[in-house]
Design a protein around this ligand. Structure first.
Ligand SMILES: [Mn+2]
Length: 399
């Protein structure tokens, strides 16, 4: 009788899990459809009617998070591989907030963040999975609630954490500005129409803390870092009035914007200078008839110049700062693959380009991908496919 009962119970549990998964999937499909509807709606909303657009921080969704927070004790925050200022900034902003609120919080990153972010408050408490594999996986496993920030799919947090995140039954909240989020979660705050995840984290925490203002000076500093690093010091992807309202609020928190700029941009390693010099001087190719440029660094270049993590951050933007260039790529050879970054001005959609030809993704004017093959093959492939855009990248179009 007993084994039979056990069998029946097991079966019932399985059916329940399957049903739960189905509901989860259905909710995701629904959400995707809703996002699609929203973007169609946006197409027809003239700029001056912008206020009609729904905020992604609706009361109902914030309430959902409030309810989840009542039930949880352990919170983990996870972000993407090769963490940048926005990944570290949004992780630490949440880390400070929930630590102050009395939760047991861990911030986990797949691999080390660049040295010029080490000054950020409590950055030393971040668990780096590449350095502490077991600790990172355990912390993620133990969480009752996981915040997924500045990334849109489990594979973005690298192979040490990906399976733990994907299999976790913890509550999940996603805050991100990449298109096409692909993660089953309880609550999703996602829009590409913002400077950065940090800007979304500000709005989220502002709504969450309500009348009590719990955004501290430290949190404000972390948020500012993501807003400036994801926009090249507020030079692209930042034509939103809301962005400057938020910066004004951060300033009122007493952040020192000038000091943060110095910390982030005047804090480079010598190796970065040498690599940049080499890039600009000997590794730049111009394809003027396609308004395109590209640069590369191979493994030897990195080794000979004592490369450190984060050294080549932002190099890709130099290729775009040239007169007459609308599209640029930057290739960096790694042990097992080639990392490619793309940047563009105006309407040329590099997210589409990265997706179509390099299986990558990102934003309209800034995207990235991995190429599995040699550096020569990656560049050859790039030179070949960019020719398909001869019409749209014709220099005559930009005169
Ligand atoms: Mn970002």
């Amino acid at each position: 009788m007993r084994p039979r009962l056990l069998h029946t119970l097991k079966k019932a549990a399985k059916v329940q899990i399957l049903f739960g998964k189905f509901i989860g999937r259905a909710a995701l499909v629904n959400l995707k459809f809703f996002n699609f509807q929203l973007s169609i709606f946006n197409l027809f909303v003239p700029l001056h009617l912008n206020f009609l657009k729904m905020s992604i921080f609706e009361k109902k969704k914030i309430q959902q998070v409030v309810d989840i927070l009542k039930d949880v004790r352990k919170i983990a925050i996870v972000s993407h591989f090769n963490p940048d200022g926005d990944a570290v900034g949004s992780s630490l902003a949440l880390y400070h907030y929930f630590k102050n609120a009395g939760y047991e919080v861990t911030s986990i990153l797949p691999n080390p963040f660049p040295g010029f972010l080490a000054w950020m408050p409590l950055s030393s408490e971040i668990i780096v999975a590449e350095k502490a594999k077991k600790k990172a996986r355990e912390a993620l496993k133990a969480a009752d609630l996981i915040f997924v920030v500045d990334m849109n799919a489990p594979h973005r947090c690298g192979n040490i954490l990906e399976d733990v995140l994907a299999k976790s039954s913890a509550h999940k909240v996603l805050i991100d500005h990449h298109i096409m989020p692909d993660l089953e979660c309880d609550v999703m705050f996602s829009t590409p129409k913002t400077t950065s995840t940090c800007e979304l984290v500000y709005q989220f925490l502002d709504k969450l803390s309500g009348k009590e203002d719990k955004i501290t000076h430290e949190i404000a500093s972390c948020i500012y870092v993501g807003m400036i690093t994801d926009t090249g010091s507020l030079s692209y992807a930042c034509n939103y009035s809301l962005t400057y309202n938020i910066i004004s609020k951060l300033m009122k928190k007493g952040i020192d914007g000038e000091q943060i700029h110095r910390n982030v941009y005047d804090n480079y390693e010598e190796s970065r200078f040498k690599l940049l010099g080499l890039c600009l001087n000997q590794r730049l190719t111009l394809m003027r008839n396609l308004s395109t440029s590209y640069m590369y660094l191979d493994l030897k270049d990195l080794k000979n110049n004592d490369y450190k993590a984060g050294d080549t951050e932002g190099f890709v933007n130099y290729g775009l700062s040239l007169h007459g260039i609308q599209f640029t790529a930057f290739f960096v050879e790694r042990e097992d693959r080639i990392r490619v970054s793309f940047r563009s001005k105006g309407n040329f959609d590099v997210s589409h380009f990265a997706r179509t030809h390099f299986n990558g993704g990102g934003h309209k004017n800034a995207s990235a991908a991995f190429f599995y093959g040699t550096l020569e093959e990656a560049i050859e492939h790039f030179e070949k496919v960019v020719k398909q855009y001869a019409d749209v990248l014709n220099p005559e179009n930009f005169k």
